[in-house]
Design a protein around this ligand. Structure first.
Ligand code: UD1
Length: 436
C-alpha cells in the first residue's frame, strides 16, 4: 500500500515524465520463493552469430527476450538472414547471406556485433565493420579478434575507423592468444569451422558460453573439441547445415538472483541454474555467512544473519566473473567489516561505486581496487544505471535500502535481464519498471 502511494506521490510531484524509463524500488522486503532463470544472453549472441555459417534454417530455444537479442536480430537481418522470433524460440535462415558490411550504427554502439566478423569472413570471404567506439587498430578492444582472423589467412586493413578484412580462403592455424578473450575465442572458432585444415586456439577463454557455442557448432556439422579448457581444436569442414539448440541458463542472472536473496536476508530458490557455473559466487557468499544449498539444477540461498565482508578479485572463468562484480559490491556495502574488490578484466568498471555512495555506501576506489566499508543501512536515492551490471547492482542496493530508490536509464538493465521487475516482485520485492 505504502509503495503504491509513494510512487503516486512521486508522479504527482514530478509529473509522469520524471519516472519514465526508470525502476522504482522501495527497500526493506525480505525476498522468498522460487524464481526461474532464463537462457544466457552471452550464449545467445555468439550462437546467433553462428547461425550465419549455415546454409539452412537453425532453431534456437530458450532464447532470452532481451534488448541485446533484438538488436542482434536486426544485425543478422541487415546481412540478409531471415529471422523469426516466437516467444523464446528463434529461427534464423542465412542461406541468402548477401552483405559483408556490419552497419556502422550497430558496430559502433553494440560491441557484440563484432561476433559476425568470423562467420562473414568464412562464408563471404570479406567483412567490413567500424571499430566499436572508434577504437584504433592494434589497441583494445579488437586486436585479439583481428590477430586471430589474420592468422587464419585473411588480410586486415584499417582506414578511417573502419576495418576491412578479406581472404582468398581461410586456412587453419596455431593461434596463441595473449589474453583469454571470450569474444576473440568465439570469433576465431566461428571462422575456423569453415577453414581448410586444423586450427588450434591456445590460451582460449574457458567460459561455459564457449562450450555452448561448441555444442551448437558441432550439431551444425562442425568438428570442434576442447571448449571449456584452455586449448580448443577445430577441424575445418566444407559446409555447415542448420540445427536446433537450446541455450544454457544464464549464470550471471543466476548469480544476480542469489545476491538479491542474500542482500534482503531472504530465502530464495533459484531454478534452472547450473551450480557449477556459479561456483566462485557460491564460495564467496558462503564465506560471507550465507547458506547456499545446491541441488542438480537449483540453488537455494538463505541469509538469516549479519553477513561479513570478503575480498574478491575478478578473473577469467573459472575465476570470479567481472559481470557479477557490481552486484557483489552492492552486497558488500551492507556487510559487516571491510572488503577489497579488485577488477582485473575491465579498466573502468567501478562507475556504480559513485552511485552507491549516493545511497550511503562507504566505498573508495584506488586504482583497480574498491575498498568497501560495510554500513548497517543504505538509504534510497535517485541513482543512474551507467551500464547493464552497474544498473542491476543499484536495484539490488535499492532492495536493501531504506525508503525509495529510483534507478534511471532502465534501458541499460533491459539489455540483459528479462522481466526483472516482475521476477523480483513475485519474490516479494516492491519494485516497478515505469515504461519509457
Ligand atoms: C564477454 C561478455 C561480457 C563479459 C566479458 C568478460 C559477451 C557478449 N560479453 O565480453 O559480458 O564481461 O566477456 O567476461 O559474451 N580485449 C582486448 N582485445 C581484444 C578483446 C578483448 O584487449 O581483442 C580486452 C577487453 O578490452 C577486456 C578484456 O579483454 O578488458 C576481456 O574482454 P573479452 O573477454 O573479449 O570480453 P567480451 O567478449 O567483449
Amino acid at each position: 500500500m505504502r509503495f503504491k502511494s509513494l510512487v503516486k506521490d512521486l508522479r504527482i510531484l514530478g509529473g509522469e515524465s520524471l519516472l519514465k524509463g526508470k525502476f522504482v524500488v522501495v527497500g526493506g522486503e525480505r525476498l522468498s520463493g522460487k524464481v526461474r532463470v532464463n537462457g544466457a544472453k552471452n550464449s545467445a549472441l555468439p550462437i546467433m552469430a553462428a547461425t550465419l555459417l549455415a546454409e539452412g534454417k537453425s532453431t534456437i530455444l530458450s532464447i532470452p527476450n532481451l534488448k541485446d537479442v533484438t538488436v542482434f536480430m536486426e544485425v543478422l537481418e541487415s546481412l540478409g538472414a531471415a529471422v523469426k522470433r516466437e516467444g523464446h524460440k528463434l529461427e534464423v535462415d542465412a542461406t541468402n547471406l548477401n552483405a559483408c558490411e556490419v552497419p556502422s550504427d550497430f558496430a559502433r554502439k553494440f560491441r557484440a556485433s563484432n561476433l559476425v566478423m568470423g562467420p562473414l569472413l568464412a562464408r563471404l570471404r570479406e567483412v567490413r565493420s567500424s571499430y566499436p567506439g572508434g577504437c584504433a587498430i592494434g589497441s583494445r578492444p579488437m586486436d585479439l579478434h583481428l590477430k586471430g582472423l589474420a592468422s587464419l589467412g585473411s588480410s586486415v586493413k584499417e582506414r578511417g575507423g573502419f576495418v576491412h578484412t578479406s581472404t582468398d580462403g581461410l586456412r587453419g592455424s596455431d593461434i596463441h592468444m595473449d589474453f583469454p578473450s571470450v569474444g576473440a575465442t568465439e570469433n576465431i572458432m566461428l571462422a575456423a569451422t569453415l577453414a581448410e585444415g586444423e586450427t588450434i586456439i591456445r590460451n582460449a577463454a574457458r567460459e561455459p558460453e564457449i562450450v555452448d557455442l561448441q555444442n551448437f557448432l558441432n550439431s551444425m556439422g562442425a568438428k570442434v573439441k576442447g571448449a571449456g579448457t584452455g586449448t580448443v581444436g577445430i577441424k575445418g569442414v566444407k559446409k555447415l547445415h542448420g540445427a536446433e539448440h537450446e541455450i544454457i541458463p544464464d549464470r550471471i542472472e543466476t548469480a544476480t538472483l542469489m545476491i538479491a536473496s542474500a542482500i534482503t536476508g531472504g530465502d530464495v530458490c533459484i531454478e534452472n541454474a547450473i551450480p557449477e557455473h556459479v561456483e566462485p559466487v557460491i564460495a564467496k557468499l558462503t564465506e560471507m555467512g550465507v547458506d547456499v544449498l545446491v541441488d542438480n539444477d537449483s540453488i537455494r540461498v538463505m541469509a538469516d544473519q549479519v553477513l561479513g565482508g570478503v575480498n574478491i578479485k575478478t578473473l577469467p572463468y573459472p575465476g570470479f566473473p567481472t559481470d557479477v562484480q557490481p552486484q557483489m559490491v552492492a552486497l558488500l556495502s551492507t556487510a559487516k567489516g571491510t572488503s577489497l574488490v579488485t577488477e582485473t578484466i575491465f579498466e573502468n568498471r567501478f562507475k556504480h561505486t559513485a552511485e552507491l555512495r549516493r545511497m550511503g555506501a562507504d566505498i573508495t576506489v584506488e586504482g583497480r581496487t574498491a575498498v568497501i566499508k560495510g554500513m548497517p543501512k543504505l538509504s534510497g536515492a535517485f541513482v543512474e544505471a551507467t551500464d547493464l551490471r552497474a544498473g542491476i547492482a543499484l536495484i539490488l542496493a535499492g532492495l536493501a535500502a531504506e525508503d525509495m530508490t529510483v534507478v534511471e536509464n532502465a534501458g541499460h538493465i533491459d539489455r540483459g535481464y528479462e522481466n526483472i521487475a516482475e521476477k523480483l516482485k513475485a519474490l516479494g520485492a516492491k519494485i516497478i519498471r515505469i515504461e519509457n
